[in-house]
Design a protein around this ligand. Structure first.
Ligand code: NAP
Length: 261
């Protein structure tokens, strides 16, 4: 019998997703660690989750696949019978940063499928389940279920060498607003976290560029973001610290979003 809150975190094997999984583990959650192909990273994350006070399972599933999303939810429910928190974190950068006037449809389709369509329909599926959970009165122990989506400063920042990424992330911003509006009547709050530049495999290839930008003061807090910075924001949501906020954007970006003069 599971007596822990259950969090489903997509793309949790490494990077930001791992940072989120570890902070949820510190709150004692059972964490479903979804990954796409890197099983070693996912198993290592599970070990760290257990050491941090949580528990969990790993589930390989491609969030862009309908069948995989279905299986991901089924395996979560099979293991724990409930979902208290969904974190849509899995995402990819374009394989090549191509100029807006040249970039092709293949990259666009890949990014939209993984970064936008996947979380959109996973959220739909999980939300239906959460509604049943709420309607059966199964909220007493852990409070109402919640949903968090990890977007990016790219949701509003025009980078003309990765238009596909920006469009997908802007879509996630509207997705958050839509589900927030639809799910409020069930007590299910929905949030968007917008990371700035975070030190992970995704940004490893452009490290020098960002080192220089940070030194030049491109954003007020002059350091790289860490996966734990995002994890701690998710943990605050998981604790229920924003009960009267939904559809809210939480910027975790070192102040990048500020306009200064
Ligand atoms: P990362 O280090 O490249 O890790 C990506 C994670 O997503 C991995 O666990 C990977 O699984 C998983 N993944 C990739 N494609 C998937 C798919 N189709 N289905 C399921 N899982 C998949 O990236 P990250 O930097 O942690 O980024 C995590 C999220 O934060 C992304 O949505 C990204 O856009 C966003 N973000 C990142 C930054 C940044 O500066 N790093 C800034 C803003 C927003 P495997 O390990 O199995 O490959």
């Amino acid at each position: 019998m599971n007596d822990r809150p259950v969090s489903l975190v997509t793309g949790a094997g490494r990077g930001i997703g791992r940072g989120i999984a570890l902070e949820l583990a510190r709150l004692g959650h059972a964490v479903v660690i979804n990954y796409a192909g890197n099983m070693d990273a996912a198993l290592e994350c599970l070990q760290l989750v257990r050491e941090a006070g949580g528990d969990g399972i790993t589930v390989r599933a491609d969030v862009s696949s309908t069948e995989d999303r279905e299986r991901l939810v089924d395996e979560t429910l099979g293991a724990y019978g409930r979902i208290d928190l969904l974190v849509n974190n899995a995402g990819v950068a374009p394989s090549v940063r191509d100029d807006l006037l040249e970039a092709g449809e293949e990259s666009f389709d890949r990014l939209i499928n993984i970064n936008l369509k996947g979380p959109y329909f996973l959220t739909q599926r999980v939300a239906r389940r959460m509604i049943r959970q709420v309607q059966s009165g199964d909220v007493k122990a852990f409070g109402s279920p919640r949903i968090v989506t990890i977007s990016s400063i790219s949701a509003y920042t025009a980078s003309v060498n990765r238009g596909d990424y920006c469009v997908a992330k802007a879509g996630l911003a509207m997705m958050t607003r839509l589900f927030a509006a639809r799910l409020a009547e069930f007590g299910i709050n929905v949030y968007e976290i917008r990371p700035g530049v975070i030190a992970t495999d995704m940004t490893a290839g452009v490290k020098e560029k960002y080192d220089t930008l940070i030194a030049q003061g491109a954003w007020p807090i002059r350091r790289w973001g860490e996966p734990s910075d995002i994890g701690r924001a998710v943990a605050a949501i998981a604790r229920g610290d924003f009960p009267y906020s939904t559809g809210e954007v939480i910027n975790v970006d070192g102040g990048f979003h500020l306009r200064t003069l």
